[in-house]
Design a protein around this ligand. Structure first.
Ligand SMILES: Cc1cc2nc3c(=O)[nH]c(=O)nc-3n(C[C@H](O)[C@H](O)[C@H](O)COP(=O)(O)O)c2cc1C
Length: 442
């Protein structure tokens, strides 16, 4: 049935440039990367073409800058169990993905912590040109101690990181906006390429950054990349509401999604003079689809059986910035304060609707898919769940967390996408060419 008045889903494939993304232990699943090597060009071309065949808005390449080292004060378990390790540099695969596709957007996670805004802007503008306007930047500032250790710095606290990030963005906007639209003359007869009066020199002297110079790139198709953010603390939500065009969050159930949607829309309207609903709210979802429910259940069990318990502990220790090996497996996480990603920790706290969750349970839930809701069933079951999250939770779309790759995205594309289209809840074709156009559709 076609329901034209209901909003259509935006879809992102959530993955990393590594042997294993966010679902721990998937590298050992019998269907993972059969015939593919994760670091090969062919693998990324195929992944990109699969997502474009499924008319996804974009691939979302997550990243962190170094292996976590919080668990037992070491990265041993992370290395041993392939907990997001090895992970290769994310922007290196962007031109490969862009070159293999014509419409698919590419969201790339790049940290502001150890890179000057000048080179960040130059890199992102260059990628926006190469992709003909299909780049998004997932803005992060490095929440993990291991990243600061690897770069030889002492980690700063959350408030300080956001203050610095505010100034970072100020410099980025100055650079991206410094070329006027008609600055390039390209008049071969006179030899004048660009009008210097229309290419403004940026002068920035701030608390954290100094920048004096012109942006080195011509204005890119989107002007600046689409800005993505996933801050989940109070300060992080304000940052996202101020700057982002799409915001990512993980909530284990529809009530939590609804609360978050209300909170974000309120911040947009009352603090930042942006209209509620103008920023796309994208929620995490893990799907396990099959032709029949029992087949899907079997698949789900097979996925869970791949999770290594010690690797799961190492991952929660890394993401939440606390050594969980120091707690008893039966301690209740609701009684523990974490310095790491607060919003993701809440996905664990509410994983059982607010009932106590032990450390052991938390590790296994999180290792399966970051505390995202898991939709297990037939294409119709999964589409029902997605519709519920859109209609009752305020989701504008979903970041689909990878299980085994590229198979999970092939299955979603072949089985779930047609079901969503039949219901009028997903596009039948790309309407625009740039990523911003895809995201602004409906
Ligand atoms: C869904 C989701 C995905 C995220 N992906 C990344 C990532 O790939 N790399 C990263 O460094 N941080 C990532 N983060 C962390 C946040 O962007 C943010 O830096 C972190 O949550 C700390 O800010 P907060 O305390 O305001 O939440 C992610 C957070 C969420 C909720």
């Amino acid at each position: 049935m076609n329901r034209p008045n209901k909003k259509k889903a935006h879809l992102l494939g959530f993955i990393q440039n590594g042997v294993n993304s966010h679902a721990t232990g998937m590298w050992r699943h019998p269907k993972d990367k059969v015939g593919w090597h994760f670091a090969s060009i062919e693998y990324w071309q195929h992944m990109a073409r699969t997502m474009e065949r499924g008319l996804f808005d974009a691939v979302f390449i997550a990243d962190e800058l170094a292996p976590y080292n919080t668990h037992e004060d070491s990265s041993d378990a992370v290395v041993k169990w392939a907990v997001q390790c090895p992970t290769h540099e994310p922007s290196t695969i962007v031109p490969i993905i862009a070159g293999a596709t014509r419409h698919l957007g590419v969201g790339v996670t790049l940290s502001s912590a150890f890179e000057h805004p000048y080179s960040m802007c130059r890199r992102l503008s260059s990628l926006d040109h190469l992709s003909n306007g299909r780049i998004a930047w997932n803005i992060v500032s490095s929440y993990s101690k291991s990243e600061w250790d690897a770069y030889g710095h002492t980690m700063t606290e959350r408030g300080g990181r956001y203050e610095r990030l505010e100034e970072y963005m100020e410099v980025c906007y100055k650079l991206w906006d410094s070329w006027e639209p008609d600055a390039i003359v390209a008049d071969k007869a006179s030899g004048i390429y660009a009008d210097p009066d229309k290419v403004h020199v940026v002068h920035h002297e701030g608390k954290y950054y100094r920048c004096h110079g012109r942006h080195f790139c011509a204005p890119s198709p989107q002007g600046r990349p689409v800005l993505w953010q996933a801050g989940s603390s109070d300060r992080g939500r304000d940052f996202a509401a101020k700057h982002a065009e799409a915001i990512f969050a993980v909530h284990p159930n529809v009530e939590r999604m609804k609360q978050y949607t209300g909170d974000l829309n309120e911040r947009l309207a009352t603090r930042f003079n942006r209209s509620p609903g103008s920023v796309k709210l994208i929620y995490g979802l893990q799907t396990v689809v099959a032709e029949t429910r029992s087949e899907a259940q079997d698949k789900h069990e097979r996925i869970k059986a791949c999770i290594p318990p010690e690797g799961a502990m190492a991952w929660i220790s890394g993401h939440f910035g606390l050594d969980f090996s120091k707690y008893s497996p039966d301690d209740v996480v609701q009684n523990i304060e974490v310095p790491g990603i607060q919003g993701l920790f809440e996905s664990i706290i509410y994983a059982k609707g607010g009932a106590p969750v032990t450390v052991k349970e938390a590790a296994m839930i999180y290792a399966q898919g970051m505390g995202m809701p898991v939709a297990v069933g037939t294409p119709a079951d999964i589409a029902d769940q997605m519709e519920h999250y859109m209609d009752d939770g305020g989701a504008d779309g979903f970041m689909l967390i990878a299980t085994y790759t590229p198979g999970c995205f092939e299955e979603f594309t072949d089985l779930v996408v047609p079901e969503l289209q039949r219901r009028g809840r997903f596009r039948d074709r790309y309407a625009g060419t740039t990523l911003r156009e895809h995201l602004l559709e409906n």
